[in-house]
Every structure is written in C-alpha cells, then in structure tokens.
Design a protein around this ligand. Structure first.
Ligand code: GTR
Length: 393
C-alpha cells in the first residue's frame, strides 16, 4: 500500500470515528477514565490512580512482572582506565556492570563515549540489538551508521551503548539462562513472569544506575533509545524507569508503539509475533493472538506512561511490517496525558509525509523515507529534538 493510500484511508477512518461520538478512536480503551469509571482530569489523579493501573495492565498482559529490580550485589567495574579519543574530543569509558543472584552471575559491558567539556554531558543510551562487534565497536575501527558515535559526540552528547544479549539471549530457551535464570528458577515461572524484552529493559536501567554515579554525565538528561525489538524494549524501559528523560522508539512496531487495534494487513500481528518470538513477552500475551480487540489496553497507553517526560516515535516509510500509521496514532492518542500537566503532547494530528518531523510538543514523531533501520537521519532528528528541549543549555 502506498503512503498516499494510507493517508486517504486514515482520513476515512478519522471521519468515521469522529461520527461515533462516545467511542474512542479505533475502539481503543480510554486513556483518561480510571478502572472505576471516573474521569481523570488532574496530574495527581493520573499519577496516583490511572498511571499505576495502566502500568499494571502492561505487566500482567504484555511484558510480564520482574522478580528483581536493582540487585544488592550490583557493582560497576571499570575495564581499564578511560581512553582519550582526541579526534572526537571524547573520553571512552568501558564499564562492566556485574551482579549475582541465586542462579549465578551476570555482566553487562557498557561502552561510553563522553565529550570532554566543563559541564556534565547529556546522553543517549542505545539498547543494541545487533551484533556488538559490528555495531558498537569501542575501538571505532568499525563505524556503523546504526550507532554514529562521532556524530553524536560532535553534537555535544555522550554516546552510550550495551548489547542486549549480555542481559538475556534473544532466543527461546525456557528462560534457563541470562538474567531470568539468575534470579528465578525456570519452574517457578507463570503467565505473568517477565519476558526477554523486560529483561533487556532491566539491563538499560542497570546502565542508568551506573550513569547516575558518573560525574561527567548529566543524569537528568538521558535518553533511552532502541530500534525495532530494541524500540519495544526502550518503550518498556521508559515506562518502568522514570529516570530516563526521553524515550525513543525507532521502528518498534507490534509489541512496541503500534496500536494493536489498528488492523493494518501488512503489519505484524500478535499471533505472528508471539509465535515467532515466544520469549519476548509474558505468556499471558499469547491469549490475545487474533483477539486484539479484547486486549484491556492499547499501545497509546504505554506511550502515555512517559508523561510528562519526553517521548519520540519514529517509523520508516517502507516499513509496513511495523505498521507506521499505527505507531503515529499511538503518539497522537497518548497526548492528552501531557495536557494534564499543561504541556503539549504531539503537535500535529494527521499522519505526516516522509521526512517532515513533528517536534513541537513533548511527543515527537517522524516518518523517515526508506526501510526498517536506525540511521544517522533518525539520530540527527532525535538530537534536534533534545536541542530544542534545551538539553545542552
Ligand atoms: C522482526 C520482528 C519485529 C521486529 C524486528 C527487529 O523479525 O517481526 O517485531 O522486532 O524483527 O527487531 O528487527
């Protein structure tokens, strides 16, 4: 389907939904009505009642509940001294985040390139879901456009990354290794037990634990970013860890920013994703295969969990599998949560043409021309957004 046709279909859909007054667009569950039916009109009600309810729904039905947050045993072990990279006016730090639990020990290797400057640097933390050696090379012999460190540092931001596989493997193995097995006997798991996306998000939070200790980094201005399965992870990380000031979902699709109720025939369904990647979610999610409309939640509610912080959702024009209009609609329908704080969510109500970013509010969106990927174009738009929000002031 061409982008033009998608635009047209959207026009029709919006018109139809506008005439069905009482209904939420696309039949999604309401954002600002609490479980007891009461309207949510203040930030206080949102924080005390509605936000916890929504978070709980996502734990129960989608990503699962964790058995551990920050372990007692967590420690940060520098892998050697900081190394200067004079050509980019940065210092590289390599840190091993180590921890132990009843089922063994784990370690996450953090690569951080920090601009040499007087003030602590704002930072982007990438959850890298691609092979580490080719994408997050700490020596910079391999310069992958997936993680354009030189450009990020050149714009005054620290570039930090870790490999998701350090936390838990990206394959179904009955949760017998990785962080799941370190903290829980696989036989004790149930339908609500955490899946692998939640484990990776946990890993990003442990990197944040280190960031908070690093005086050259500005812990109040840290973005968590991920692409595709990493984008789903970034959203869950931002939802569960309010220390991240910005959450970036790049082409996250089904199980990420894409609205489940929007039936886009070329995009991934719950049936498909839970079959291909049975380890990503909690097993309760499987029950909604082919029953999207019965989910007691939808992904605009996940995006809203970031309010009043910043969030940015991006799609690629040739990435029908991720359901681009569904990603856009989540950003749009999440926006009333920012209004509770007197802030603007997404500024822009119609699906934009490619390469015209919407960056005015606290919710950013762009549709990049091209295929499913995280590119320097995307990175630069994210940095435009943080520049605009005063991250370097
Ligand atoms: C695909 C999967 C998507 C997306 C993607 C990726 O195979 O169907 O949900 O996560 O992988 O991570 O690149």
């Amino acid at each position: 389907m061409s982008i033009k046709t998608v635009h047209f279909l959207f026009g029709c859909l919006l018109l139809t939904t506008a005439t069905l007054k009482a209904e939420e667009p696309f039949g999604v569950p309401p954002l600002l009505t609490a479980g007891d039916g009461k309207p949510v009109t203040t930030a206080e009600q949102w924080e005390q009642t509605r936000r916890p309810e929504i978070l709980d729904l996502f734990q129960k039905h989608v990503y699962g509940r964790r058995v551990v947050e920050r372990p007692e045993s967590l420690r940060f072990v520098p892998a050697g001294a900081g190394k200067p990279f004079p050509e980019m006016k940065a210092t590289r730090k390599l840190i091993d985040i180590r921890y132990e639990g009843p089922g063994g020990s784990g370690s996450i290797r953090v690569n951080a390139f920090i601009p040499v400057q007087e003030k602590p640097a704002p930072a982007f933390l990438l959850i890298c879901n691609r092979p580490a050696a080719e994408n997050i090379d700490p020596e910079r012999k391999v310069k992958s456009p997936f993680w354009p460190v030189e450009e990020i540092v050149g714009r005054g931001y620290a570039a930090i990354a870790f490999f998701n596989g350090d936390v838990a493997p990206d394959r179904y193995n009955g949760f017998t290794n990785g962080v799941h097995a370190i903290f829980q006997e696989p036989s004790k798991r149930n339908g609500e037990s955490w899946g692998t996306l939640s484990a990776w998000a946990w890993g990003a939070s442990r990197v944040m634990d280190w960031i908070e200790t690093e005086p050259t980094l500005d812990k109040h201005h840290v973005a968590v970013i991920g692409h595709s399965r990493g984008g789903k992870t970034a959203l869950w990380c931002g939802a569960t860890d309010p220390r991240f000031a910005l959450t970036i979902s790049n082409d996250s699709g089904c199980g990420g920013a894409k609205l489940n109720r929007l039936d886009l025939p070329k995009s991934e369904s719950i049936a498909r994703i839970t079959k291909t990647f049975p380890h990503w979610f909690c097993t309760n999610f499987n029950a909604f295969a082919g029953r999207e409309k019965e989910l007691p939640l939808d992904m605009h509610q996940l995006v809203a969990l970031m309010a009043p912080r910043l969030v940015y959702i991006a799609s690629a024009s040739k990435d029908d599998w991720a359901g681009q209009p569904g990603e856009f609609q989540s950003a749009r329908l999440a926006s009333p949560a920012w209004a509770l704080y007197g802030k603007k969510g997404l500024v822009g109500t119609t699906f934009p043409p490619p390469d015209t970013p919407l960056q005015e509010g606290c919710v950013g969106y762009h549709l990049r021309s091209g295929i499913h990927n995280l590119t320097p174009y995307d990175w630069n738009r994210y940095m435009d957004f943080t520049d605009r929000h005063g991250w370097k002031r």
